[in-house]
Write a protein that binds this ligand. Structure first.
Ligand SMILES: [Zn+2]
Length: 392
């Protein structure tokens, strides 16, 4: 049984904190969520919504029911209980169907009608900014950029320092382009320990619903699955993003609409919009390894090739070492051939732009990757380790 207590708001120095006790089979821990004091009035202590979504996937995987001291919003309770849980249980026989015990709140909460989206300065968030600003749809123009620490930076102290250093870029961006910025921190992932890849939609809803009196619309960057890739079964290689077309509308209530921003678009289709968005020339940041773009990690390589494919390299001299890329182009194209051989769909799409530059020798060098592409079960085995070693 997961017991969700009553959320409380406290002010500590510069921060407003929403805290709540969560008890899992008798082990009680406090989950805290911290924002700047100026957002304190929007912290939602009247509902259990944020906590129910945050623990839902965990409850299904670990056989727990859920009990709440504070009511759940009617729309959310109805959507989750009547649709989402049944759909997931139908396709995953090892998932438990949690019984949710809570009062229902049907009245509307006050709302500041802000329109939010996360900002990491990567392709997804800059796509949201390129496409959801200056719209004729006044209630859908982004007003608030958010940077949340709910799991994507890892857990523990290392995650805290990574989060602190990664905040700087979004802060600068918001200041330069006149957006409000909401930076939040939480220990959610330390309390509900789960695989971020498998549960990120759920944990990412937590900061949004903690501030549900602030937002009426929220653009959550889509996970890059096309409509034809919609799946509910939990296979090892698939994230919970494969059913966001279902889960996000069901997490939405009549007060807060969550969109899967860029839904159904491929990475190159998103990048085509990003390269038209001038702030990206100064702020695009995709690196997996370092604060600035290293130019060599998988995401830097993929993005550089994408920008090159669109003929926009010169616009990105501030954020990438374009001269290095040009000098070492054949190494980059080789990486593309290798990744394509592994059947990664982003690279299959990219390869069509580089047809004239892919040589027979590159195909030959990518042969070990082709073998892994044909026999994916080898990827975690000895052969994969040998190939990795060989690549060095
Ligand atoms: Zn990098």
């Amino acid at each position: 049984m997961i017991h969700i207590g009553q959320p409380k708001v406290t002010i500590e120095g510069e921060y407003a904190i929403l805290s709540n006790e969560i008890d899992i089979d008798g082990l009680r821990k406090t989950v805290w969520f911290k924002v700047s004091k100026c957002y304190g009035e929007y912290l939602c202590y009247e509902r259990s919504d944020a906590y129910v979504i945050a623990v839902l996937n965990y409850a299904m995987r670990n056989g727990h029911d859920i009990e709440c001291d504070t009511p759940i919003s009617e729309d959310l309770y109805y959507n989750v209980d009547k649709y989402l849980i049944d759909a997931l249980v139908a396709y995953n026989i090892d998932f438990h169907r949690p019984l949710i015990k809570a009062d229902i709140a049907s009245e509307t909460l006050p709302c500041a009608n802000a329109v939010g989206t996360g900002i990491s300065c990567g392709v997804d968030s800059l796509h949201a900014l390129a496409c959801q600003t200056n719209l004729k749809f006044k209630r859908h123009n982004i007003t608030h950029l958010t940077f949340n620490n709910v799991g994507s930076h890892g857990v523990g102290e290392k995650a805290a320092s990574l989060f602190a250093s990664r905040c700087e870029q979004p802060k600068k961006f918001a200041e330069e382009y006149n957006f409000n910025i909401v930076i939040s921190d939480s220990n959610l992932m330390d309390v509900i320990e789960q695989n971020h890849y498998k549960t990120h939609t759920y944990s990412s809803m937590f900061p949004i619903f903690c501030l549900q009196k602030l937002y009426s619309v929220y653009f959550y960057a889509s996970s890059g699955y096309n409509y034809h890739e919609f799946r509910l079964d939990d296979s090892p290689s698939r994230s919970c993003g494969s059913y966001e077309m279902l889960s996000l509308p069901l997490f939405s209530t009549r007060n807060l609409r969550i969109y899967s921003e860029g839904e159904g678009l491929t990475r190159m289709e998103k990048l085509k919009e990003v390269v038209k968005y001038k702030p990206s020339y100064k702020y695009l940041n995709v690196c997996l390894l370092t604060e600035d773009n290293c130019g060599k990690c998988e995401k830097c390589v993929r993005t550089l090739l994408g920008i090159d494919a669109l003929g926009e390299l010169d616009n990105y001299k501030e954020v990438f070492d374009i001269e290095y890329y040009r000098k070492n182009k054949s190494w980059y194209v080789q990486q593309l051939v290798n990744q394509k051989s592994l059947k990664k769909h982003d690279y299959i799409e990219l390869a069509s732009y580089f047809r004239g530059e892919i040589t027979p020798f590159m195909h030959l060098r990518a042969l070990p990757y082709k073998v892994l592409g044909w026999f994916p079960f080898l990827r975690n085995g000895m052969i994969h380790r040998i190939i990795k070693q060989w690549r060095k």
